[in-house]
Each structure stands twice: as structure tokens, then as C-alpha cells.
Design a protein around this ligand. Sequence first.
Ligand SMILES: *Cc1c(COP(=O)(O)O)cnc(C)c1O
Length: 354
Amino acid sequence: MDIKFVKADKLKEKPDPSTLGFGKLFTDYMFIMDWTKEEGWKDARIVPFDYIPIHPASTVLHYGSEIFEGLKAYRRADGRVQMFRPIENIRRMNNSAERLCLPQIPEDMALEIYTKFVDLEKDWTPSAEGTSLYLRPFMFGNDESLGVHAVHNATFMIIASPVGSYYKEGINPVKIMIEDEDVRAVRGGTGYAKCGGNYAASNRAGERAEQKGFSQVLWLDGVERKYIEEVGAMNVMFKIGDEIVTPKLTGSILPGITRKSCIEVLKKEGYTVNERLLSVDELEKAMDDGTLVEAWGCGTAAVVSPIGELCYKDKKFTVNGGKIGEITQHLYDTLTGIQWGKVEDTFGWTYMIG
Ligand SMILES: *Cc1c(COP(=O)(O)O)cnc(C)c1O
């Protein structure tokens, strides 16, 4: 495909990798292309990173038509740069687009865009332990009119941000509060789509949990407030006895690529992994009788995040003595090993740039 390139007058200085945070600093360029109902995708271009003009009546500003993705490019020990399962992000964005009545991008076209953009910006992929280049593809409805309907104009962009290690001070288990008031999503809603609105609606519970000293909330289903769904913006897994359990994808849960990868790694190694309904009562019972041996969240940013404490209706439980569990550590080592090219990728998950 034809991607127009507008060269920057001056390139930015690369940051000191020890100072990298998350998503505050951006690379020299951004990808952008527009879509109209009549013409389809058009004007693909890579331009210097900058503000974008937006019409005050633009759909996204009023009705929240927005979806996004998050994936990373990693610097391998041999210096090459690779992405992790980009095709999964591309497919998920198309599923999100379908739900929000935004246009889809053909898979091969999207992969070509991701690859060309990362190739151009690959020098921004830091090499220090645990660092990576975070890619944020996103799309928004961009009609210049206040009418409420499926959009006729949309914009797709990719921006990239070098990010520091999620675990600068080592992997510390987090404290999680089970939220029984607000819900994140309902079946039939947008829970399975990676759309901005889901985040806007989950901030209140997140704030309240933080004020009480927890780092995230664990969401229950929106109908009965009974079944475990996700933790913050991560999927969640438990080891109860010899069974590894993760909530099944009922429509209100985001189908995480890290979740899928954890399941595939564990199944290949012969573990019993079940995607099923898990009620908070069953979890409470497993905490009481000591059969809950591990709990962890999983997502692209942290890979895995061990849960050291769970609180439900002011009752606190410590999980695995507040320490990271064996399976959690093993998943972390395996997935990060594949991502940074230190462990052989027998799954074919990595996608080399250049
Ligand atoms: C992105 C996201 C996840 C994790 O998905 P990954 O593909 O593993 O990064 C989980 N839950 C929510 C709500 C998310 O937005």
C-alpha cells in the first residue's frame, strides 16, 4: 500500500532508559489515515508527531466512538526488534470496530502498516532490561455533525511510546478490592470491545479502591454481581487446588492476548486450565479453606501481576503469604523470555521487524 511520508525537520533526542515511565513520551512520527463511507480508507501517511486538528462537533468528542489497542515491540539481545502476536491485536480491533460501528481494516493492510511504522521508529525501542516500545493504535468516529448514527468518517492512528520496566523494584504482589457496587460492563454491552468508554466508566471504582489503599478493583458481572470478571484493566487467573481457573469470555470480559497466551503455555505444559464461570462465593470458600493457592492478573503492560491480598466486603485474605506464586513466576519468565527473544518461541508468536 501507498503510505505518504512527511519527514521531520529535526529528530528528538532518545531518552535515558532509566528515566522511562509509561506513555508520557512519544517517538518522532505517527501514522494516520482517514476513512469515509463512500471512499473507504485513504490518505495513509506517516507524519511528524504533533497535535491533530479536530472539529468541535467530531463524533468522538460527544458520543465516545473510540477503540484502541495496546501492544509492544521488544529489543532482543541480538539487537533485532520484534512484535508479539500483532495479528491478534489487529483481529481484536476489528471485533471492537464491528461493535462500535466503526470501519474495519483488512488484516494484511493493518499488518503492513504496523510493520512499516515500527520499522521506521525501531531505533526508539530501548534495550534496557524490561523496557519496550509501546504501540497504541486507535480509531475514532470523526463526523463533523451532532447527529447520532453510525459514523461516515473515521480516523485511524498509531502512536508509539518507549516505556520503562513495569517492575523497576521487582515483582511485588498487589492488593485488590472486589468491587460490588459499580460494574465495568454487561453482557450485550461493550465489555469485549477495547473501547475508551469502558475505561471512563471504570475510573470511579478505581479511585475509590485507591483511596482505601488497593491498587485495583476486581470486577464482578453486571447482572448478578456474583461472577468474577477481570481485575482493573487486566484479565485474572486463579490456582484453586490443582485447577487453574480463569473467567470464561461471556461477552462482558475483554479477550486479552496475554490471557490467551497464558492459557496456551499452561495447556501445552499439561496443566489443567478451565475457562468457566467462577463465583465470588466459590472464591471466598477457596480463600477460607486454603485451596486458593495463587491469583494473578495478566495484560500486555505488566505481563502478569501477582495478587497478594484480596478484600471482599471488608474481609481481607492474604494469597500465597503475599508472595508471587510458582505458576505466576513461571508464566512471567516464559512470556517475557519469548517477548525479548531469550526463550525459543515454539508457538510462532513473535513477528520480526526488518
Ligand atoms: C487490554 C485489556 C486487557 C488485557 O489485554 P492484553 O491483550 O492481554 O493486553 C484486559 N482487560 C481490559 C479491560 C483491557 O482493556
